[in-house]
Design a protein around this ligand. Structure first.
Ligand code: R5P
Length: 293
């Protein structure tokens, strides 16, 4: 197996190669003055099982285009198989047609990847893994929540209360609580579909004088996390931490969360950022081994 680190995930690609004790093939990348992408594989991929690591966080379209170009170049150069690792899987939220006439975006992305020679996809905490099970090539999704929980445990924050956003996120706080050895619960959130405004519904939490960690898949604008942190503080929490798998942290998201009382924000390197202190390389390595790559 050889690893190709895409321009959006150079460090994660290196960590993965080290984790698997395998070779990296460099990719030369440039952008033309008109904005078009250029990609060149600088090594031999013939008859190799190639793993391309490219996150597709913002700017999603540019990073997807780079991934399409890398995949088709690898295919053209005779790779035996191609596995695309999309630590953050752009467009996975549009996993069905909600309103007649709109695009089935994630299907379109996967269809293009298949055309470019990709045999399978690995993603981390994508929006709705079940919805990805019927696409043209297999997609396997893995959770990085246990790694985030282990990070807190390692740093002495054991026995904290793990909280998630909404009941549908409860699986995440349960996963974390099993490692942190504390209670778990969720806060009631409601997002206005039109304005995107998030509201927190009153619900008593057993957090008085306790340390709390919120676990979420994504922090984007930071609005949800900032309100959740403020709510837990109002309910008497002593210290509140914010953890997420994909720290998109658009604009002033980080400041918003800290200004609302969070001690710290912890994220993974699915999206490189100032808070990406936990690497998902071990999960991806295990997934590749499990898939027999
Ligand atoms: C919602 O389904 C997700 O789990 C996140 O809570 C949400 O995407 C966060 O968005 P934002 O940071 O913009 O509030």
């Amino acid at each position: 197996m050889i690893i190709l680190p895409g321009p959006a995930s150079p460090n994660l690609g290196k960590c993965l190669a080290a984790e698997l004790d395998t070779n990296l093939v460099p990719v030369y990348f440039k952008k033309f003055p008109d904005g078009e992408s250029y990609v060149r594989i600088d090594g031999n991929v013939e008859n190799q099982e190639v793993v391309i690591v490219q996150t597709t966080s913002p700017p999603q379209d540019e990073r997807l285009m780079q991934l399409f170009l890398m995949s088709s170049a690898v295919k053209h150069n005779g790779a035996k198989t191609i596995t695309a690792v999309l630590p953050y899987f752009a467009y996975s939220r549009q996993d069905k047609i909600f309103v007649p006439g709109e695009a089935f975006s994630v299907k379109t992305v996967v269809d293009i990847l298949e055309t470019c020679g990709v045999n399978q996809i690995i993603s981390i905490n994508s929006h709705s893994p079940a919805a990805l099970s019927s696409l043209s090539i297999p997609v396997t999704d893995h959770s990085a929540i246990p790694l985030l929980a282990k990070h807190f445990k390692k740093n002495g924050i054991e026995g904290a209360v793990s909280l998630s956003m909404g009941k549908k996120g409860l699986a995440m706080s349960k996963e974390a609580a099993a490692i942190i050895n504390g209670e778990c619960d969720y806060i009631e959130t409601r997002r206005d579909r039109h304005t995107g405004y998030v509201d927190i519904k009153e619900k008593p939490l057993r957090v008085k004088n306790k340390t709390v960690i919120f676990f979420d898949d994504i922090i984007s604008s930071g609005g949800t996390m900032a309100k959740a942190v403020a709510y837990a503080k109002r309910q008497g929490a002593k210290k509140v931490y914010a953890a997420c798998v994909h720290p998109l942290l658009i604009d002033d998201a980080r400041e918003k969360i800290i200004n609302n009382g969070a001690e710290e924000i912890v994220g993974t390197d699915t999206v490189p950022s100032q808070v990406s202190v936990v690497s998902v390389a071990p999960i991806i390595a295990k997934a590749l081994v499990g898939l027999g790559v």
